[in-house]
Design a protein around this ligand. Structure first.
Ligand SMILES: *Cc1c(COP(=O)(O)O)cnc(C)c1O
Length: 437
């Protein structure tokens, strides 16, 4: 394609004049992998088309929300009907109550939720609430986990920042993060030490139970069990950031997966986003009643939002949750996702390329490493140049994976066996190319 006909390149050029880096969220800029970002013109089902009318199989799904694929007719219908009734009122609506009831029925560790507009806002508010409810200041987070871009949580976060090699963002004063302890994921010894030293000052431990911002890394069952025990012992709140995993790895989220291995397991707080909005700006945080009643207007922890519980977004979220609650939905989705990972593994084996991969529900990760990594440092031992070769090889063949080696991937209910077969055939070609050097 010549520069004069490449609409993606033209749009990127125009965008860079008026939007920093040409994008409204850093990873979209392809900085890690190089090349020209694809500007999306439209999408349907498992596919989107770029500004050159080139079709791609979409394994990002807006970074998780599009679990039904793009433009599901029932969701589109719900959104259209809601839009006709009004975009936003700044006053309560029945649909918010319905959505809250639905979320609580699916995630029984929470008695109450508050709806907000982004995962960042939900995590930030959950931290404030945890601090307010416990009267403590310190937080524990893990290297490679991302909880949105609130100041206190922007400490060695994985996605986005890792591209630029910065452990923290400029513009965050040291005193704002002085209460945030950053530990290595799956490191039991560091966890024990942190609680032994600071246990009684810790308001909350926030964790991505299956981390999707350092590709795909599971917290081990013994590690999660110990997180739960130590939080209980020291009176800290265990906060699950399920913005990515909620309604994505299972209908009950990652907490329902851990509960299968740890009897009676529940987090104290849950942060949600992405799938609950079905592609519209919607997120939530929730906990037991006694904690949630600390929030304004009942309690002294302030939190608010002009567009919170937006009537069009809640319509989109409700329609999405209805459809994914149908019997067999997650079994089918998990089977498709596992078949993708299995297919990629086979392609890598045929070419003699080191490869490991994993999936849960509709979320997956793969590594050009012989074994699944357990923490961020190991994820980052991946050879970036080889990953970029794979990424661009797949992109050239119409397969859109995340443009960074530290991001998870997503499969939707609209992905077919044909999409998977196309992807695996492309991977066969690209891995063979890579094996030649
Ligand atoms: C995406 C994400 C967030 C931030 O959500 P936004 O809606 O992008 O603000 C927070 N936590 C996790 C685990 C996420 O994946």
């Amino acid at each position: 394609m010549t520069p004069s006909t490449d609409r993606n390149a033209q749009l990127f050029e125009r965008a860079r004049h008026v939007i920093p880096g040409g994008v409204n969220s850093p990873v979209r800029a392809f900085k890690a992998v190089g090349g020209t970002p694809r500007f999306v013109a439209r999408a349907k089902g498992a596919h989107f088309w770029d500004a050159n009318d080139q079709r791609y199989i979409d394994y990002i799904g807006s970074w998780g929300p599009m679990i039904l694929g793009h433009g599901h007719p029932e969701v589109v219908d719900a959104v259209q009907r809601a839009a006709l009734e009004g975009f936003s009122f700044g006053a309560p609506t029945e649909r918010e109550v319905e959505l809250a009831e639905r979320i609580l029925a699916l995630v029984p560790s929470m008695d109450m939720v508050r709806l907000v507009s982004s995962g960042t806002e939900a995590a930030m508010s959950a931290i404030r609430l945890a601090r307010g409810a416990t009267g403590r200041s310190k937080l524990i987070k893990f290297e490679g986990c991302y909880h949105g871009h609130a100041d206190a949580l922007l400490v060695k976060a994985g996605s986005g920042l890792a591209t630029f090699g910065n452990p923290t963002s400029a513009g965050v004063p040291p005193e704002v993060v002085q209460h945030t302890l950053v530990l290595e994921y799956n490191n039991l010894q560091q966890l024990e030490e942190a609680f032994a030293q600071h246990g009684r000052e810790i308001a909350c431990l926030m964790i991505e139970p299956i981390a999707g911002n350092m590709n795909f890394v599971r917290a081990s069952v013994p590690f999660m069990k110990r997180c739960r025990e130590l939080c209980t012992q020291y009176g800290a709140l265990l906060a699950f950031d399920e913005v990515m995993t909620g309604f994505r790895v299972a209908l009950g989220g990652a907490q329902s997966v851990y509960a299968q291995h740890i009897p009676g397991f529940e987090p104290d707080m849950t942060v949600m986003g992405k799938v609950i909005g079905g592609g519209m700006p919607l997120a939530a945080f929730g906990a037991r009643r006694a904690v949630m009643e600390q929030l304004a207007p009942l309690g002294s922890v302030y939190q608010a939002g002009t567009l919170s519980g937006n009537p069009v977004a809640t319509a989109c979220g409700l329609a999405t949750l209805n459809l994914i609650s149908q019997p067999g939905f997650f079994d089918r989705l998990a089977t498709t996702t596992a078949s993708l990972v299995q297919g990629l593994r086979g392609a890598a084996r045929r070419a003699g390329i080191p490869f490991s991969g994993d999936s849960q529900g509709g979320m997956f990760g793969f590594f050009l490493l012989p074994e699944l990594p357990q923490n961020y440092a190991t994820v980052m031992t991946t050879d970036g140049a080889r990953f970029n070769h794979f990424f661009h090889g797949m992109l050239d063949r119409g397969v859109y994976f995340a443009p960074a080696l530290y991001e998870a991937g997503f499969v939707s209910a609209a992905h077919t066996a044909e999409d998977i077969a196309h992807t695996v055939a492309a991977a066969d070609e690209v891995f063979a190319e890579m094996a030649k050097g």
